[in-house]
Design a protein around this ligand. Structure first.
Ligand code: HEC
Length: 474
């Protein structure tokens, strides 16, 4: 297989190893628990994670219930706490899973007697919480100096083109002056195994970084873009989050998820996350229209969709491609998408959404226009595409992937305006400043290159993190 987007392939690796996807967990786990004292972390958590959290987590609260932590379980759902330590045997937690036709897990095979026994004994022993902060994920470790340069999985250049953020594995490196990178760079740690997205807000004030730990949690951190101060941090869902976009008004970040949902995560950590179910598989990227009213999404189910932000409704599936979609973008007239298939297509909103109800029950079920009426092919790319980026003013669109150049298009004429040659590839990330005159490009090699778009010249190469064996810069 050709080298494939590292972030995604690492995530695939971890996800295919997810315990809840395995047919049966090793019987030793349950057997071992039979003799010794029950541990929440070792014995109870794997059962909850595999059988319950598909429907009871903080982004999917069936019955109002999250089972993300012991505290959430004590709090319970619409009918109250899952258990009372004084009276473990009448716990709702147990009543729902035992009997001839247990109610939970809904629509799925009943839990084995051994597993029910584990839960019962844990309650009887006082429901002690020995979970580690961050669930059962190993703590993220950020080396002072890396042995080998970590791939740059995401980059963002600020609107005025002065600041740069690069995601290297679990940390974000923020350069306050990209023209003097030695003077002020800040290493901002996260709790993500792998960051998949970094982005400055359109007002230039905030920096978002997101990713997570596969099979454990998604994470979004918001930093002050002027000094790198951590403003908020939150965990969302049970898997790594994919890429997305700051809303134009800088109040929320929309991100793709492994659950097929586009997640709208407010910058204010006290405000609730909205999950919009759209795809049948992982959503790799989300982009807002310039007015913030719609989102464009694309993912592993090979489709490109447009949804209404306020109602959370799917407006239309504008494309079903033959290959997975890795990246989406948009301006006021067009949604753009690209991916493994190397094609770059623009979908004209006005025509694609003709006759689609935006406010009512519209779900795109009866489109009145055909694909060939609204889809406009741009130039095909030389290899699989990993990233698309628009300038903050949305006049330009950059595209990059598993090939050594970056092409930049005018979003109105859809003609190419620049080709930056000889970039170290594969390229995982590209970003443009306010008017698309400056580009930052992040490669697997671990280098970020800054270019002047007008004449496609390299301004400088930056190694974001200290490395024992640095690779030669381009
Ligand atoms: C496939 C989805 C699904 C799975 C898996 C699932 N549940 Fe549920 N659960 C629901 C839904 C939906 C409801 C809402 C009531 C209903 O529709 O029956 C619910 C309601 C509940 C409630 C009542 C909440 C309240 O306060 O009203 C409890 C308790 C519960 N589930 C426990 C569990 C436990 C324990 C597991 C794992 C062993 C589990 N569920 C797995 C879908 C699920």
């Amino acid at each position: 297989m050709k080298s494939f987007f590292l972030g995604i392939s690492i995530v695939i690796l971890f996800l295919s190893d997810r315990p809840e996807l395995r047919a049966e967990e090793p019987p030793s786990a349950v057997a071992k628990a039979a003799g010794s004292e029950i541990s929440f972390r070792r014995d109870v958590w794997p059962i909850v994670r595999r059988h319950c959290r598909g429907c009871h987590t903080n982004t999917k609260l069936e019955g109002g219930l999250s089972m993300d932590s012991v505290a959430d379980m004590l709090k319970g759902g619409d009918s109250g706490p899952l258990f009372d330590i004084q009276d473990p045997d009448s716990a709702l937690l147990l009543n729902m899973i035992r009997g001839d036709q247990p109610e939970m897990p809904k629509g799925q095979p009943a839990l084995s007697a051994a597993k029910i026994d584990v839960l019962r004994r844990w309650l009887e022993a006082g429901a002690k919480d020995d979970s580690l902060p961050g669930g059962d994920a190993p703590p993220v470790r950020i080396p002072e100096t890396y042995r080998f340069a970590p791939a740059v999985t995401a980059v963002s250049v600020s609107p005025e083109g002065k600041r740069l953020a690069a995601a290297c594995r679990s940390e974000v490196v923020l350069f306050l002056d990209v023209d003097a990178p030695e003077t002020a760079s800040l290493r901002l740690p996260t709790e993500s195994d792998l960051l998949t997205h970094v982005e400055f807000s359109a007002d230039g004030k905030l920096l978002a970084a997101s990713g997570g730990s596969p099979g454990q949690y998604g994470e979004l951190r918001i930093f002050n873009a002027a000094d790198g101060k951590l403003l908020s941090s939150r965990r969302v869902g049970t898997d790594t989050l994919f890429r997305g976009n700051f809303s134009p008004d800088s109040t929320l970040v929309a991100l793709g998820s492994a659950s097929g949902e586009a997640l709208l995560i407010p910058v204010d950590p006290a405000a609730a996350v909205r999950a919009i179910p759209l795809h049948s598989d992982w959503v790799f990227d989300v982009a807002f229209t310039p007015d913030g009213k719609q989102i464009v999404t694309g993912g592993r189910d090979k489709s490109t969709k447009i949804a209404d932000v306020e109602s959370g409704k799917l407006l239309r599936t504008v494309d079903e491609s033959a290959d997975q979609i890795s990246a989406v973008a948009g301006n006021a007239e067009f949604a753009f998408s690209s991916g493994r298939g190397r094609t770059l297509t623009g979908f004209e909103f006005k025509i694609a959404l003709q006759g689609v109800e935006v406010t009512g029950g519209g779900n795109g079920s009866r489109p009145i226009t055909r694909r060939d009426q609204y889809a406009k092919a741009l130039e095909s790319q030389p290899g699989p595409v990993y990233d698309l980026a628009t300038s903050f003013d949305r006049t330009r669109l950059a595209i990059a992937g598993d090939y050594g150049d970056v092409r930049i298009y005018d979003t109105t004429t859809r003609q190419r305006v620049a080709l930056i040659p000889d970039v170290p590839s594969p390229i995982y990330a590209v970003s443009l400043n306010q008017d698309g005159t400056r580009a930052a490009i992040g490669s697997k090699s671990g280098i970020v290159n800054i270019y002047n778009v007008a004449d496609a010249t390299l301004i400088r190469s930056i190694h974001p993190v200290p490395v024992q064996k640095p690779v030669a810069a381009k």
